[in-house]
Design a binder for this molecule. Structure first.
Ligand code: XMP
Length: 287
């Protein structure tokens, strides 16, 4: 899009407060270094976290996040319109987003609302009332096809092979209420998990991996003291289309290293479990 319309393209990343550790800065740097895109990071974390207070239902979380994204994008577009007015340029008319085919399939219910698997933050009803018109060039492609396209466009390998990350972010990986302290726990655990996967040379073999925080406490022992802390669930899957997926058969020594590091380094966690469920019947995200 930048090559097609140059300065009329404005790249905006909304920080929703539920991104991974250092994610916004990393993405800004990658897009700047590799594609020469000046990404504007809009910090709307307070707004998102405020609206998520007390919410535990997965679909409610998804809808709140989807609607808030639209609100923030529209307000950013209005700001750019104001600047454009002064320089004699036109208004922002379109929102470009990277919706993929699986997002569309899972969000649309063919048999009534109860048949919707999950409302993806970027699809369907959520964008119905938006003033901006949508451009979704990847809407009919699966992830492997998007990667092929990326190669044709000579996009940097690291960007092409990044694991997907859902729009609702770690809000749907914190089961139960999303609070700043829960966000901090899951961020720290997730960071260790991905770091160890990369160190073991497994990042590209795995299609998607992340840590989730369960809303339960378990008893443990640290030194000679009883602990009563939370549980981290690790999820790693292999898939090509993300419509079906198999759990990844980790070498035991890698799992052992990851679990030791998480329990020793992340305060508030005393137990790590590995999710051995395939999709279907489980889904890739826990919510
Ligand atoms: P599930 O959990 O449905 O996930 O098996 C399939 C793939 O979709 C991603 N996902 C999303 N991506 N917005 C997105 O952009 C969303 O709301 C959303 N929900 C799930 C998920 O991470 C996996 O790659």
């Amino acid at each position: 899009m930048k090559e097609a319309i140059g300065d009329r393209f404005h790249a905006v990343l909304v920080d929703n407060g539920v991104m991974r550790l250092n994610e916004c800065q990393t993405v800004k740097k990658q897009l700047g270094d590799h594609l020469g895109i000046n990404l504007k990071v809009v910090d709307a974390s307070d707004k998102f976290l405020d609206r998520l207070k007390g919410v535990t239902d997965p679909e409610k979380k998804r809808k709140i996040i989807g609607n808030t994204f639209i609100e923030v994008f529209e307000s950013e577009a209005a700001k750019i319109d104001l600047e454009n007015k002064e320089s004699g340029h036109g208004n922002i008319e379109y929102l470009l987003q990277g919706t993929l085919y699986p997002d569309v399939i899972e969000s649309i219910s063919f048999k009534g609302p109860s048949a919707t698997i999950k409302t993806h933050h970027n699809v369907g009803g959520l964008t119905k009332n938006m003033k901006l018109k949508l451009i979704e060039p990847l809407r009919e492609l699966f992830k492997d096809e998007v990667r092929e396209l990326g190669k044709i466009l000579s996009i940097d390998e690291d960007l092409i092979w990044r694991h997907p990350f859902p729009g609702p972010g770690i809000a749907i990986r914190i089961l139960g209420e999303v609070t700043p302290s829960q966000v901090a726990i899951v961020r720290a655990a997730d960071h260790i998990f991905i770091e160890e996967i990369k160190k073991a040379g497994l990042y590209r073999k795995i299609s998607q991996a992340y840590a989730a925080l369960l809303p339960v406490k378990a008893v443990g022992v640290m030194g000679d003291k009883r602990t009563y802390e939370q549980v981290i669930a690790l999820r790693a899957v292999e898939t090509t289309d993300f419509m079906t997926a198999d759990w990844f058969p980790f070498p035991y020594d890698v799992l052992k290293r990851i679990s030791n590091r998480i329990i020793n380094e992340v305060k508030g966690v005393n137990r790590v479990v590995y999710d051995v469920s395939s999709k279907p019947p489980a889904t890739i995200e826990w919510e």
